[in-house]
Each structure stands twice: as structure tokens, then as C-alpha cells.
Ligand binder design. Structure first.
Ligand SMILES: Nc1ncnc2c1ncn2[C@@H]1O[C@H](COP(=O)(O)OP(=O)(O)OP(=O)(O)O)[C@@H](O)[C@H]1O
Ligand SMILES: [Mg+2]
Length: 471
């Protein structure tokens, strides 16, 4: 960008020009780091504001700090004399009535701030840092009763929590019902496409070359297949999450937990006769364990675990090996204290590789005998933290076999479940009850969906009579 006679001269590179002239509803742009994405976002926003007086636009980054650094300041320079920046509203207001708001979306719930707002054009800069849920919510904000274009610009680098959905829509073009392929276009950008950067910082490419293999392939070559951001790409909420149902007493029950200084994540899991594990209840909190010495806090944790298990005969309370570490001050371990409160813990393996493999195996979506998608691990909707955090786990940047242990908050639930999956849990044995079903029972059974049928079979036992002979 250069200024001559006060007028800005902008020279987009070839790929940026494709970005600026694209007309689809969803425009993906990216690949390598440094391709010139954020620059293109700012310039496109400026051009749209001039062309459509009164248009409402939003630029989103994941964090406030990134927003300030990447956009607020550069925009103040770019828009000098064209728009005023209103700090309180984080909004650039153009003289012709157009507006450009700046937003961020750090926590999953931050997106709710935008729910109900209307924008004509939304730029998600570094969209691979956003979850699919956040993307879906922004899609809902794309509306307005006017003739302005309605578009979401999605810039991205491979990796990050949003890797899977960005790759599905823009790279693999693997569309789901309701998604129109003609609405989506992807413009690949390599670092070498950015002539401005190549001229001003020739060492930039050398820096990218010194990264670990996966990151280097992703950020230098823009490869989407090497560095898969999301750890459990098997995750599919419509299969793994189910509405709670009454679980028969004769299933096998386990409690599995992750317990650390400030956090208890514990799950009640019922295993059915087929060996499928149903995560039925969740305890997930640290704050209300309260203050106090170890013993006191652990006694409160033990109480919560007991409440979680209430009413079920538990085959084993599973916990990771670090609960057996002895505290220096007391000589006792957390497991000792749990035992004093009547909970004898069973140590699971802490081998992360084996654990994740076992969990992956359980999450794999298969087609069951009735032709329905199913998996070895299903989760009741009343376990929101587990449902939230499993899809957020990303790959460790240095170890393609491991999940990253940051942000730490998202690891507690998956760690607890990993401990369960790696432990050899037995399937429940169905009690040998067979009874004659009435005509009503057959009718209910025939009308039921697969989950309800499973439940009915458990409740009534296998039928001892033939439906054909019923009246
Ligand atoms: N057409 C252009 N003219 C002048 N400078 C440009 C142009 N395109 C990009 N730049 C500059 O190149 C540098 C990198 O561009 P930009 O920050 O847009 O890349 P990016 O793809 O967003 O990078 P990252 O992947 O790190 O977010 C910036 O300093 C930017 O101002
Ligand atoms: Mg950028």
C-alpha cells in the first residue's frame, strides 16, 4: 500500500484479486501462512463499504489481542479519512452509513453475543481457530432486508479446532443435506503468492522451513492432509450424543474420573450386553470443591462421586495412576483418602497412545445390524462438558500420535474417558428372561425407533412368543 496525493494505491496479488472478485455466499481463502489473507480481508471490507452505502459488516478473530494487532490498528491506517473508529463499539463508521464491526470469539459461548444481530457480510479471519458451532451461529447472523450481498469470507490455515469443518466444506467439498455446493468456493493461497511479503521479508519462508514436519507442510505448503487439527475426526454429534433413557439395573456400571488440584471430572458409564458404553451422568467442576487442605477437598470430591454413582452397583471406580502419588506433607495419596471415604479406586493405564487408540476405536462410527449409524461410545445429552470438549481436542504439534494437552481445561473429560476405554471393561449379561409379549407390546415395539426398541427389549426381555400369532 502506498499513498500518492493522499489517495491509497492498493496492489492486490493474483490470489487476492480472486478473493476480492469472488461472488459466492461462502468464500474460503487460505492455505499457507503469510499468504496475504488478513490484508485482503481489510481491503475487501473497505471496498464493500464504499460500494454499498449502509452495509453492515463484521470481522471476527478468535481473541481480542489478535484482533487489535491484526486488524484494528492496520484498519485505522487504511481507513484514515474514510471512517471514524468508535472504540466503545469496536466499530468503524463510514460517512455513507456503512459500518464495519470488529469482534472476537474466544470462549465457545462468546459467539452468543452475536446471536440475533444482523450482518450483510462477515469475515471470519483464521476461521480454523473457530468451532463449527461458532461458524453455524455466525451463519445465522447473515441476513438483512436489503439488496446488499450476503457473504461469509472464511480465511484459514490448516490446523486448529476448526480444521475439520473448514476442510470438509472447502477442500473436500463433502456437503451435507441443506448445503448447496454452488455456495462454496475455495481460493488456495501460498506464501509465495504474497509478492509484497517476499520482497519485504525474504527470510520469512526460511522461518517456516524450520518448523516441525507437520506444521511445515501445513503452513508452508498449505497441505490440509498432513496436519489434522481435530484429534477425534470420528466425532459426529448426531451419532455420539443421545437423549437419556432409563438404563436397566443389570447393565455393568463403571465410574471413571480425572482428578487434579482444581478439577474433578467424573462419569457414570453403563455398558450394555453388546459392549456399548453409554456415558450417563457427569460431574464436572472444580470451583465448588472449595478451599481447604487436601483431605477436605478430596472428601468433597468423594462425596460428589458417590452422588454420581447413586443407585447403581459399580463394577470399578477407575482413576489414573497419579492419584496414587503420596503427598509429601501427609504421606497419603488421594487414592488413600478416597478409600477412607469408602471408594476403592482401580488404577487405569496412563499410556496415552494406547488410551487414545482405544477411545478412537470406540468412537468409530459403524453401521449396526439395523442399518443405523452407531458407535461403541454414546453420550447422554446431560453430559455437556464431555460433549463440548471431545471435538475440541487437537493434535499435539510435535507428536502425531498424541492429543495436545492445551488448553488444559478441555482435557479433563476426554482424559477420564480415555482411562475407561483403555481399561478392559466387560459387557453386561442379559438376564435370561423370556416372556410372552402382549399384542400392545408388539405394536409399541414395531412403532419404536432403534433406541427405544433397545430399551423395550431390556425392559420386557426377549419375546417368548411369535408376533404373527398375536391378535
Ligand atoms: N497486496 C499487498 N500489498 C502490500 N502488502 C501486502 C499485500 N498483501 C499482504 N501484504 C502484507 O504482507 C504481510 C502478510 O500478509 P497478511 O498478514 O495479510 O497474511 P496472512 O495470510 O493473513 O498471514 P497469517 O497466515 O500469518 O495470518 C503483511 O505485512 C501484509 O500487510
Ligand atoms: Mg492473517
Amino acid at each position: 500500500m502506498s499513498r500518492a496525493n493522499g489517495e491509497i494505491r492498493l496492489r492486490p496479488n493474483k490470489k487476492q484479486l480472486m478473493f476480492i472478485t469472488a461472488r459466492q455466499r461462502y468464500i474460503g481463502y487460505g492455505g499457507a501462512r503469510g499468504g496475504g489473507k488478513s490484508w485482503a480481508v481489510r481491503v475487501k471490507a473497505m471496498l464493500l463499504a464504499r460500494r454499498y452505502p449502509g452495509i453492515r459488516m463484521l470481522i471476527v478473530r478468535r481473541t481480542y489481542a489478535e484482533l487489535q494487532l491484526n486488524h484494528t490498528r492496520p484498519l485505522q491506517t487504511l481507513l484514515r479519512g474514510q471512517a471514524d473508529y468508535v472504540e466503545r463499539d469496536k466499530e468503524f463508521r463510514f460517512a455513507n452509513g456503512s459500518s464495519l464491526m470488529l469482534g472476537f470469539c474466544d470462549a465457545q459461548s462468546d459467539v452468543l453475543r452475536y446471536q440475533g444481530q444482523e450482518f450483510d457480510v462477515i469475515f471470519l479471519d483464521e476461521a480454523t481457530q473457530l468451532t463449527e458451532y461458532q461458524f453455524q451461529t455466525f451463519k445465522g447472523c447473515l441476513r438483512g432486508v436489503n439488496d446488499f450481498p450476503k457473504r461469509i469470507y472464511v480465511t484459514c490455515n490448516p490446523g486448529g479446532v476448526g480444521h475439520a469443518w473448514v476442510k470438509r466444506l472447502f477442500i473436500d467439498r463433502d456437503f451435507r443435506p441443506g448445503e448447496d455446493p454452488d455456495d462454496y468456493v475455495f481460493i488456495p493461497a501460498g506464501v509465495r503468492d504474497n509478492d509484497a511479503l517476499m520482497a519485504s521479508d525474504p527470510g520469512y519462508v526460511e522461518n517456516l522451513k524450520s518448523l516441525p514436519y507437520a506444521l511445515r507442510m501445513a503452513w508452508l505448503e498449505g497441505r490440509w492432509d498432513v496436519f489434522a487439527g481435530q484429534f477425534f475426526t470420528e466425532w459426529n454429534e448426531s451419532v455420539h450424543v443421545t437423549e437419556p433413557f432409563d438404563v436397566p439395573d443389570w447393565w455393568r456400571f463403571y465410574v471413571t474420573m480425572d482428578y487434579g488440584m482444581d478439577m474433578l471430572a467424573a462419569y457414570l458409564i453403563g455398558v450394555d450386553p453388546a459392549g456399548t458404553a453409554w456415558v450417563m451422568r457427569e460431574v464436572y467442576d472444580g470451583r465448588d470443591l472449595g478451599e481447604g487442605h487436601d483431605g477436605l477437598i478430596i472428601s468433597r470430591a468423594a462425596q460428589k462421586v458417590k452422588t454420581l454413582a447413586a443407585g447403581r452397583r459399580i463394577t470399578a471406580y477407575l482413576a489414573p495412576p497419579d492419584l496414587w502419588n503420596r503427598r509429601q506433607e501427609t504421606g497419603r495419596s488421594a487414592a488413600d483418602i478416597f478409600a477412607e471415604h469408602g471408594l476403592r479406586l482401580t488404577m487405569t493405564s496412563n499410556d496415552r497412545f494406547d488410551g487414545w487408540m482405544a477411545m478412537r476405536e470406540r468412537l468409530k462410527v459403524v453401521t449396526d445390524e439395523r442399518g443405523q449409524p452407531s458407535a461403541g461410545l454414546r453420550i447422554f445429552r446431560c453430559c455437556p462438558n464431555l460433549i463440548r470438549t471431545i471435538p475440541l481436542l487437537t493434535y499435539d504439534a510435535d507428536d502425531p500420535n498424541d492429543a495436545a494437552d492445551t488448553p488444559h481445561e478441555i482435557t479433563h473429560g476426554p482424559d477420564a474417558i480415555r482411562g475407561f476405554c483403555v481399561y478392559r471393561t466387560g459387557a453386561a449379561k442379559r438376564p435370561a428372561v423370556r416372556r410372552a409379549w402382549t399384542g400392545d407390546m408388539w405394536q409399541d415395539y414395531r412403532a419404536a425407533d432403534p433406541d427405544t426398541r433397545r430399551y423395550l427389549l431390556e425392559r420386557w426381555g426377549e419375546p417368548a412368543n411369535d408376533p404373527g400369532k398375536m391378535g
